[in-house]
Design a protein around this ligand. Structure first.
Ligand SMILES: Cc1cc2nc3c(=O)[nH]c(=O)nc-3n(C[C@H](O)[C@H](O)[C@H](O)COP(=O)(O)OP(=O)(O)OC[C@H]3O[C@@H](n4cnc5c(N)ncnc54)[C@H](O)[C@@H]3O)c2cc1C
Length: 382
């Protein structure tokens, strides 16, 4: 009986969703991936198709157009994409944005944006990082100034996932620079026909080539005052902090699923590839490396599953979620490095999945809070 990486939290309904997600990814996303990698984004049609199939906003209540599931439903979809190394559609950022609306939006904001996001008609993005401020978000300079019944936004953001395709962007702004963290608010910007808003180039990245990552420019962008997320000024930092466990666990569990997919692909590869008259799978080094990787995945599975269960129960704290992100992304880097090595020269060729996964893995230690910031957060909780 071959080794299986079983999840503690799955059931028949989730297995059916997993099959639907896998079919969509294999038959609709994967065939378009090369083209998406070349142009730097997946286009709108695939988002709408995912919406049609009920694969977006699966953990958003039905009252707001979602599928009424919980985090396990999202996990299934993130895992299936990650285990195939298909990172073009950043469904994770889309889900994170949906949760900002769900957890912090006014009733009108939820009604307006969530159904369109679930249908894939509006792609979501969140714009925090600026050219001069990433880890230290208190250093952001984008301003939103009240002017009558509107806010006027000026500033620029960079490295924004889904920035090119986004129809709705949550923009983290200073509404009162004198107040520090308490002077930060999140403004909702609808990009369609938005005067003063400009998307810069789709950035040329080391990996995640099919995922759009853009610079955004706001030059006197006017949004109505009811585009303040939650309707109260100064809540931005609180809103950002309270959703961190959700975001960080997505990165941790995607890292683990990527390791699983890469491990399975490598196992198949080393059984086929011969050197010195026998499959390289039979060499002791190969067997030991794969044994180490499989052990890491098993241990990681126990921890990540525990985090998934805690998140569903509403008990996952930020420090533990940061451990999932820290451990997952660091292990992913180490494991992918070993698995590329087992592919020899082919491991350096982009046509191989492990090669793309290796390049994609690098940023997992950087975005969503760097490994160093994760250690700070964990250390503070000790
Ligand atoms: C592909 C990609 C997608 C992204 N998507 C988004 C997005 O959708 N939205 C968004 O807002 N941002 C996004 N980002 C930005 C990302 O979150 C930031 O790059 C990240 O938080 C780090 O910020 P920085 O790049 O400014 O690095 P810096 O903050 O300048 O950090 C540089 C180095 O200093 C270290 N450092 C900083 N502070 C400390 C400290 N206190 N102690 C120890 N070391 C420290 C960091 O760990 C890092 O090693 C994305 C980035 C990439 C590359």
């Amino acid at each position: 009986m071959p080794l299986q990486f079983k999840r503690s939290w799955t059931d028949e309904e989730l297995d059916r969703l997993r099959d639907t997600a896998a079919r969509f990814i294999d038959t609709e996303m994967a065939p378009q991936d090369e083209e998406a990698r070349r142009r730097g984004h997946v286009g709108h049609a695939i988002w709408r198709r995912a919406g049609e199939l009920g694969l977006l906003c699966t953990d958003i209540p039905e009252a707001y157009g979602g599928a009424g599931g919980d985090f396990r439903h999202e996990a299934v979809i993130h895992e299936e994409m990650a285990r195939r190394g298909l990172t073009g559609m950043s469904n994770s950022v889309h889900s994170i944005v949906a949760h900002y609306f769900l957890n912090h939006g006014t009733e009108a904001q939820k009604q307006k944006y969530l159904p369109a996001m679930a249908r894939g008609e509006l792609v979501g993005a969140i714009a925090m990082t600026e050219p001069g401020a990433g880890s230290d978000l208190q250093g952001i300079r984008t301003r939103a100034v009240r002017d009558g019944d509107a806010y006027v936004i000026d500033g620029s953001k960079t490295f924004i996932t889904n920035g090119y395709l986004a129809g709705v962007i949550l923009v983290v702004c200073k509404t009162d620079p004198a107040q520090g963290a308490r002077g930060t608010s999140i403004l909702i910007v609808e990009t369609q026909g938005c005067s003063g808003f400009k998307v810069g180039r789709v950035l040329d990245k080391m990996g995640m080539k099919a995922q759009d990552t853009s610079e955004l420019f706001f030059d006197g962008v006017r949004v109505p005052q009811d585009h303040l997320l939650g309707g109260r000024e100064g809540q931005g930092f609180f809103q950002l902090m309270s959703d961190l466990p959700y975001e960080r666990l997505i990165i941790g569990l995607s890292a683990l699923a990527c390791m699983e997919g890469a491990y399975e692909a490598t196992l198949a590869y080393v059984r086929e590839r011969n050197a010195f008259g026998k499959p390289i799978a039979e060499m002791q080094n190969t067997r030991f490396k794969l044994a180490e990787v499989a052990t890491q995945i098993m241990v990681g599975r126990a921890f990540i599953d525990c985090c998934v269960e805690q998140l569903v129960a509403g008990t996952l704290d930020t420090a533990t979620a940061s451990m999932a992100k820290l451990w997952g992304s660091e292990a992913q880097g180490r494991v992918l490095d070993e698995l590329v090595q087992l592919h020899g020269g082919y491991g350096f060729m982009n046509e191989y999945m492990v090669t793309r996964m290796y390049a994609d893995a690098r940023v997992q230690r950087i975005y969503g809070g760097t490994s160093e910031i994760m250690k700070e957060v964990i250390a503070r909780a000790l």
